[in-house]
Write a protein that binds this ligand. Structure first.
Ligand SMILES: Cc1cc2nc3c(=O)[nH]c(=O)nc-3n(C[C@H](O)[C@H](O)[C@H](O)COP(=O)(O)O)c2cc1C
Length: 225
């Protein structure tokens, strides 16, 4: 018999999220569902002024087609965030992934600059043109996903933006084998978000588990019996 995972805690606390205010739900869930990757989303606003903001309600939802999703919640005054306003149906955006070296400046872009003030100019962030989209990428980001909006769901005060990834730019020294598409993820040195405040984690402390087939599982069980 395969060993059971060992539980060191026998007591659990249950929280009824339907009875709790949003501040409590946010604290509980963001401290529990970790680590979360960070989408540093660039869009073009009025007059093609670039807008850049981090979103950690973010995930990769498949590869066929390649879909990413992220979720801007409305501001406290009920207005949508600039990123949500800028992404029109079928519109383009770039998702720049965040390395440890970019952590501080990424966090700075979440400052509540007034509408129309470009974070990239205020913070001196260099952009460069996108390859397949008109929206630029963050030059110092180790990886950029070029995306086109396919659907936006509005559920309560949250917009869930789904985008198809049509291009991926990776820093060259992370590409181990271009033909066979092998990437050294550790070279990207990405960070993830822990909790809802200023807590982050690095991603270089990885480990590997080999997947097995059913036949291999039978063989393993047999050899232990
Ligand atoms: C690491 C990090 C992750 C964040 N994730 C989210 C998120 O998933 N959803 C959200 O609405 N705001 C999130 N924020 C806050 C926004 O980045 C912030 O409100 C920002 O000013 C929005 O900018 P915009 O109006 O230019 O889109 C996050 C902030 C940080 C620092």
């Amino acid at each position: 018999m395969a060993p059971s995972p060992e539980f060191t805690s026998t007591a659990f606390r249950h929280f009824d999220l339907t009875e709790l205010p949003n501040t409590a739900r946010y604290k509980l869930l963001t401290a529990t569902v970790v680590p979360r990757p960070i989408a540093w989303v660039c869009t073009l606003g009025e007059g093609d002024v670039p807008n850049l903001a981090p979103y950690s309600f973010f995930g990769l939802m498949g590869s066929d087609p390649p879909i990413v999703t992220f979720a801007p919640g409305d501001r406290a005054d009920g207005t949508p965030k600039d990123t949500a306003l800028n992404i029109v149906p079928g519109g383009e955006f770039s998702v720049n992934l965040v390395s440890a070296a970019l952590a501080q400046v990424m966090s700075d872009t979440a400052t509540d600059f007034p509408h129309g003030v470009a974070e990239v100019t205020q913070l001196g962030i260099e952009l460069e043109p996108g390859v397949r989209i008109a929206v630029p990428r963050v030059r110092a980001s180790p990886a950029t996903l070029e995306c086109v909006e396919v659907q936006t769901l509005q559920i309560g005060k949250t917009r869930i933006i789904l985008g198809e990834v049509i291009g991926l730019s990776l820093r060259a020294d992370a590409v181990l084998d271009e033909e066979r598409h092998y990437i050294d993820t550790a070279t990207l040195d990405l960070i993830g978000r822990m909790g809802g405040r200023g807590d982050y984690t690095r991603t270089r402390d990885g480990f590997e588990i080999a997947r097995m087939t059913y036949a291999q599982w039978q063989e393993r069980e047999g050899s232990q019996g």
